[in-house]
Design a protein around this ligand. Structure first.
Ligand SMILES: [Fe+2]
Ligand SMILES: [Fe+2]
Length: 150
């Protein structure tokens, strides 16, 4: 069954939430491809999903690093493990093997749980850091403004 976006998946960080929504859309596109029994479509969607997810991981890792999230290394390892797993799916499907059911299982059980648990774990630290960075930028602008016009 396709995934419906819900509040359990929401971290309250708009930029991350919209990336996660996009990942869910890709997973749903895999469901769609399964229903049309098109191996070609699976290959295409899987490539796009992997591309997008890997750049999302890099983005997320940057935010965690900037925020000084203490479990960054463990989180990175989990990302790498997932990358390896989907990489092997990409290879297998290109040899004509039907990996659709297995792939959907991994995407749903693994990626969705990752968002709900591991990603949720960093959300507070990252959100606080983003709020602080915005405050600092505003303060800087304020002092510049004050020097000129104060
Ligand atoms: Fe994520
Ligand atoms: Fe993550």
């Amino acid at each position: 069954m396709a995934i419906t976006w819900n509040s359990e998946l929401e971290l309250g960080i708009p930029v991350i939430d919209s990336q996660h929504r996009r990942i869910v859309e890709y997973i749903n596109a895999v469901y769609h491809a399964r229903n049309t029994h098109s191996l070609e479509e699976i290959v295409e969607v899987l490539d796009e999903l992997v591309d997008y997810t890997l750049s999302h991981f890099a983005f997320e890792e940057n935010l965690m690093e900037e925020a000084g999230y203490p479990f960054l290394n463990a989180h990175k390892k989990v990302h790498r493990l997932f990358a390896r797993r989907v990489g092997s799916f990409q290879q297998r499907v290109k040899t004509g093997e039907d990996i659709t059911e297995e792939l959907l299982h991994v995407l749903k059980a693994w990626l969705i749980n990752h968002i709900k648990c591991d990603d949720r774990d960093y959300s507070e630290v990252v959100r606080a850091n983003m709020v602080e960075a915005t405050r600092r930028t505003k303060a800087k602008k304020g002092s510049w403004f004050n020097r000129l016009f104060g």
